[in-house]
Design a protein around this ligand. Structure first.
Ligand code: NI
Length: 266
């Protein structure tokens, strides 16, 4: 199939209980609007297994990893890296994520250092299996960038739901990494995001929903779902002054390249 208005939702959480009643309809609505592929990400062991289980649906792929707010699920295990490595080798697992740093809720220095350790250990798993990485960075821009520069050599990935500055974005692109853009771009208070989206090299941009969170306008405040990724794409088209077909083409190509998810390939 050609890429004519074909979209990829490169980041969501369809295992969330909010989808328990109507998951099939949610996936069908996505396909009907052209969202042919969806990548679900885990944040601890259970949700990573959930993401893998969801790959039984055509067009659904998985990322597995331990989110910075869930590091206890890693460090309380005897050997979490071996367990995660096993999950990483499952069919249709296309990434390690979401992993990274979250300093919004974590103010304790020792705990932040633990987040960094678990982040770096998971970068090693990505390297071991040649998988790209989906990074969660909330109010930890400096340390995230520092770790990517020092510990992620020869790795590729995306800063999902990018919330840094244009200066930081430029550093990210220099490393060959992408930024992921979702609902907040469509919000009235999107601040610096439109300028960043405008400045992003065409091959460094991904679209995502982070569903069920962060629903874009005009669905803001409601449950988000993969079909709404088109609203993010429309806003990108507006900001960059290009048509929706072009946004679909470049973002789908970028998703295929980063995550190795060619249509019908798996
Ligand atoms: Ni997420």
């Amino acid at each position: 199939m050609e890429n004519y208005k074909v979209f990829v939702d490169t980041h969501c959480h369809l295992d969330d209980p909010q989808f328990a009643e109507d998951l099939n309809e949610v996936i069908e609505r996505a396909k009907a609007i052209g969202v042919t592929r969806i990548i679900n990400f885990g944040g601890d062991f259970q949700t990573s297994i959930n993401a893998v289980n969801l790959t039984k649906y055509e067009g659904l792929f998985a990322g597995v990893g331990i989110h910075p707010e869930e590091i206890d699920d890693a460090i309380n295990r005897f050997d979490y890296t071996t367990e995660l490595a096993e999950l990483a080798q499952k069919n249709k697992v296309v990434a390690i994520g979401e992993i990274g740093l979250d300093y919004h809720w974590e103010k304790d220095t020792k705990r932040r250092e633990l987040q960094q350790k678990v982040f770096i250990e998971q970068l090693d798993i990505a390297r071991q299996f040649n998988l790209p990485i989906c990074v969660h960075d909330r109010e930890a821009h400096g340390d995230t960038l520092k770790i990517l520069k020092a510990e992620a050599k020869n790795l590729r990935g995306v800063l999902h739901c990018f919330s840094g500055s244009l200066e930081m974005a430029k550093e990210i692109w220099k490393l060959g990494w992408l930024i992921g853009v979702d609902g907040p771009l469509t919000f009235k208070n999107s601040a610096k995001l439109p300028d960043i989206v405008k400045a992003t090299p065409a091959d460094m941009l991904l679209i995502e929903t982070d569903a069920p969170y962060l629903a874009p306008t005009p669905h803001r405040g409601k449950r988000n779902e993969p079909s709404y990724v088109v609203e993010v794409a429309k806003k990108i088209a507006e900001v960059r002054g290009i048509n929706l077909e072009e946004v679909a083409r470049i973002t789908t190509q970028n998703a295929e390249n980063l995550y190795n998810i060619v249509q019908g390939g798996r």
